[in-house]
Design a binder for this molecule. Structure first.
Ligand code: PMP
Length: 361
């Protein structure tokens, strides 16, 4: 008997493109919002020693007590809220999507936003309802409220700051959504170290609020750790769909080590915030480039032809993300990660070169 994927695989999966990650071999990598700074050499050595002592012959203790305590203490989870760890916040998105996907369930999020909300919703078998942002990339609050009223979503996803637009939505708009949403409202604060604004302190006031964060953008994208904080009764349910050993002992030990040295990572984030300002000013000075305000470690810019410019930058050795075809509101847009000063200079050169080549000079 021969069976084909068309016979076996769910139509939603057959229809999916998957999450494409382009190769960055030999390129300046400014496409994925990574922190460009490694740990200082003395901390690298201390980390190596710490990891060498980890019992990799044992399964992780699935309560992750010490790491959760460090997250609470160092990253400001309020008393009364419970914490759940994920293998990156990607896995937390999957867990919340799966746990809430009752037959007929819907999920509302602004568009454009982080693509995994859409992908995870569809994989879980629920219906994704994207609500376009306003032309200035703020929330279209009347449209969001109307969609919430009409679809009664189990989840509302709000990335704060939003990816790929880089802005934080108005707090009053978020409050209005929290007030009417019949389900959970997840504030995804992946870029919080660069925004210095958060909904964590609002947790005690809102039983339907979930705050999700990750250590990825802080400089630990390679160890897959995300966390969410919410009222204990929600965390208890989501914990049931968590694979029991979802965070490896090596990730756990590395994250504990990094949180013990959080000051180093926060100093790197401060540096990136400062350089974001310099980079934005330099980009805005280029003819034909419009820069959107950013609270994240990346900048959204509009250029005459994002596909040609991205290809031209790649030819010049710099990998950035062309988001121009992701959504009509992003036509002509590139997403540029803030890197080291040298990387930023290389990016500016490549952009200048690509723009000039396109203009036929
Ligand atoms: N949320 C947002 C808004 C993101 O942009 C990203 C990554 N690009 C993530 C979550 C996922 O982060 P991670 O899985 O690395 O924790």
């Amino acid at each position: 008997m021969s069976v084909s994927p068309q016979d076996l695989i769910r139509p939603e999966v057959l229809a999916m493109a998957g999450y494409h990650v382009p190769s960055a071999a030999g390129l300046v990598k400014l496409d994925a919002m990574e922190n460009p700074y490694p740990l200082p050499p003395e901390l690298q050595r201390a980390l190596a020693e710490r990891l060498a002592a980890v019992a990799i012959n044992r399964y992780p203790a699935p309560s992750y007590t010490r790491l959760k305590a460090l997250v609470r203490e160092k990253l400001g989870v309020p008393a009364g809220a419970e914490v759940l760890l994920g293998n990156g916040s990607d896995e937390l998105i999957t867990m919340m999507s799966v746990a809430t996907a009752k037959p007929g369930a819907t999920v509302v999020a602004p568009a454009p936003s982080f693509v995994m909300y859409d992908l995870s919703t569809r994989l879980a078998g629920a219906t994704y309802v994207p609500v376009p942002l306003a032309a200035d990339l703020s929330l279209d609050l009347p449209a969001m409220l109307a969609a919430i009223e009409r679809h009664r979503p189990a989840l509302v996803w709000l990335a704060y700051p939003n990816n790929p637009t880089g802005n934080c939505f108005a707090r009053a708009d978020v409050e209005a959504i929290l007030a009417v949403a019949p389900g959970l409202v997840v504030l995804d604060e992946a870029y919080q170290p660069f925004a210095l604004d958060s909904w964590m302190d609002a947790l005690p006031a809102h039983d339907n609020l979930v705050v999700m964060r990750t250590v990825s953008k802080l400089g630990l994208a390679g160890i897959r750790i995300g966390y969410m904080a919410a009222a204990p009764r929600w965390i208890a349910e989501f914990d049931k769909v968590r694979p029991p050993y979802n965070v490896s002992v090596l990730d756990e030990a590395a994250a504990e080590f990094a949180l013990e040295h959080l000051d180093v990572l926060l100093a790197q984030a401060a540096r990136l915030r400062e350089d974001r300002g310099h980079l934005a000013a330099a980009l805005a000075a280029l003819p034909g480039v419009a820069v959107f305000p950013s609270r994240a470690n990346f900048l959204l810019v509009r250029v005459p032809d994002s596909t040609a410019v991205a290809a031209g930058m790649r030819e010049r050795g710099v990998l950035i993300k062309d988001v121009g075809r992701m959504h009509p509101l992003l036509a002509g847009c590139l997403r540029l990660t803030v890197g080291t000063p040298d990387e930023n200079a290389a990016m500016l050169d490549a952009l200048r070169g690509a723009l000039a080549a396109r203009a036929g000079r």
